[in-house]
Design a protein around this ligand. Sequence first.
Ligand code: ADP
Length: 200
Amino acid sequence: MPKTHNHPKEEITVVLIKPDGVKRGLTGDITSRIEQRGLKIIALGMVEPTRPLIDDHYPKNKEWINRLGEKTMSTYSKYNIDPEEQLGTSDTLKIGTMVREWLLDFMTSGPLVKMVVKGIHAIDMVRKLAGHTLPNMADMGTIRGDYSVDSPASANRDNRAVHNIIHASETPEEAAKEIDLWFKKEEIHDYKRSDEDIMF
Ligand code: ADP
């Protein structure tokens, strides 16, 4: 990871409320949890993304695709499900490739809310608020743990991605790439919150 000399409170991250979150009316609660934690929303909008935009949003490298496949495999082994029987393969790369296609279907199935969030360790903080990627593993008190119940075992059986309400950048590099992809410069604003001087 490159060294950064920015002040920790300048860290920024991208949050997307996925179609399931928007359609379930969770936008207000999600933005509220982010703001309540002391993070600042500096860009906000609703978009209906094209498939190429989502295709560029998610990484295309083998490691990442393999990791998606591994998430399915770990759930399958936990619940004693035979991947060959369910998906016709136990090759994590092949499963990951299938999951990535389902993810493109899911992410283009309705409007998304896009946000840029700024604050102390914004990337880790938002991921902590979001909870584990797979709702079946997410802790109570997190967005996914409080509002979702999906699992790869169920989703993959129905040929779809896991519905887990929210996307949040994982690294500073990913955040920078996603800001360029989703936002024009003039869509990003800055201001001072009235509680900043007291909280940090
Ligand atoms: P995160 O969104 O927490 O960063 P990933 O980048 O690993 O998680 O995965 C991207 C998205 O793909 C997840 O948010 C979820 O919607 C979906 N997903 C991940 N793993 C699986 C899986 N095994 N089966 C179905 N969908 C999955």
